[in-house]
Design a protein around this ligand. Structure first.
Ligand code: AMP
Ligand code: MG
Length: 371
């Protein structure tokens, strides 16, 4: 068995103080990390390595089973910081910063990873009819979510910016040597990878860790979970889905293998003014926090990037449109928690979803492929 004290000395632990000070919703991430650790430590195998860092504005936990686990997690940590230094909207020399600050003027050279994530963003925007829109950044900023200086915009302020929230105005080009440039056609445009960056990062890391021989592990990037393989006892990983109305409770537990589980919900980030709550997932059609009747959307997929983009988009789209999209797809499953306290689960999860919401008054419903 592993002893916590020894572990703490051995491993690389960053930003514990920051972690301890994080807002209430972070409790979920920490709880998930604890669950992962417990799930791995139940085995006799001593090769468990874990790390907690603060990156991309959130707490990240990684737990893997491998002889060189400590070294691998050190490298993985570096990779996260490298991606952050490409994707950040605030770090001055990031690709995204350069792109945003050259809007309407000139194209900029971007790394392959940035090109990759932007291309994914374009595809997800296309399949969700623009509900996912990474050029929403000026509106996110207008609401004050970027700097945490909140402000309810006027319709006029929104109308000025909305016409340039358009993925078609984001140009990506490559040459024969696979070198990429990006360009924003209008001067008041900007992109924000907040809805997709963590999913992309988890895909990037799980692929790299698997290439290094890791067969079992668990990444929780701000509550976005990606599992590598199975637990070392051969069982599936168990991931709790939070009750959006009570951070100490779960509406269900998912069992997953080699998949990502990513949740978007208005409860995760919001501010309150004059008794009204305004959350961070915006409807690109009007610039207001999406009011689609959903409290949260959880996407389960082998593709973490897509899971992240879709979790944001399907929250905007609402249950009906989201269900239609799911019926036409075969690469993800979903759990929807609605304001009228129903938990809708797509039928592909039938054997892997344990309902826990009955005590709090939720009602479970399954969604099938046939209407
Ligand atoms: P997530 O937590 O993955 O749902 O992402 C939410 C974040 O994505 C927000 O904090 C914004 O930075 C950004 N965002 C908000 N609304 C949208 C949208 N409709 N499409 C793309 N990104 C969005
Ligand atoms: Mg997302």
């Amino acid at each position: 068995m592993h002893r916590e004290g020894e572990d703490m000395k051995k491993k690389y632990i960053f930003s514990i103080t920051v972690a301890a000070l994080m807002a209430a919703f972070m409790t979920g991430c920490i709880e998930q990390a604890k669950l992962a650790r417990e799930q791995l430590e139940q085995s006799e195998n001593p090769n468990i390595a874990k790390v907690q860092i603060f990156a991309m504005d959130t707490i990240m936990n990684m737990t893997i089973e491998n002889e060189n686990g400590d070294e691998l997690l050190k490298e993985a940590t570096q990779k996260i910081h490298n991606l952050e230094s490409l994707f950040s909207v605030t770090q001055q020399d990031s690709d995204i910063y350069k792109l945003n600050h050259s809007a309407g003027e000139n194209s900029v050279n971007i790394a392959l990873e940035t090109a990759d994530v932007l291309q994914n963003a374009k595809e997800i925007s296309q399949i969700t009819n623009g509900a996912y829109n990474t050029t929403i950044s000026p509106i996110v900023k207008l609401w004050g979510f970027t700097e945490d200086e909140h402000h309810v915009p006027t319709k006029n302020e929104l109308q000025k910016l909305l016409p340039n929230v358009n993925m078609d105005y984001l140009e990506l080009e490559s040459n024969d040597s696979n070198e990429w440039t990006a360009f924003l056609q209008k001067s008041d445009m900007a992109v924000d990878l907040g809805g997709i960056a963590k999913g992309y990062t988890s895909d990037y890391l799980t692929k790299w860790l698997k290439d290094q021989g890791v067969e079992s592990g668990y990444l929780s990037l701000g509550g976005n979970v990606s599992a590598i393989g199975l637990r070392n006892n051969g069982e599936k990983w168990r991931i709790g889905i939070q009750d959006p109305l009570d951070s100490n409770e779960l509406v269900g537990v998912l069992k997953i293998e080699d998949q990502s589980v990513i949740t978007s919900g208005g409860y995760q980030r919001f501010f309150e003014t004059d008794g009204k709550k305004y959350h961070h997932i915006l409807d690109p059609s009007n610039g207001f926090p999406a009011e689609s009747g959903l409290l949260s959307v959880t996407i389960i997929s082998k593709n973490g990037t897509k899971a992240d983009g879709l979790s944001t988009a399907l929250f905007v789209m609402g249950l009906e449109q989201a269900t239609a999209l799911w019926r036409n797809s075969n690469d993800f499953e979903a759990v929807f928690v609605t304001k009228d306290q129903k938990v809708f689960v797509t039928e592909g999860l039938k054997d892997d979803f344990i309902f826990k919401g009955d005590k709090a008054g939720y009602v479970l419903k399954f969604i099938s492929k046939n209407m």
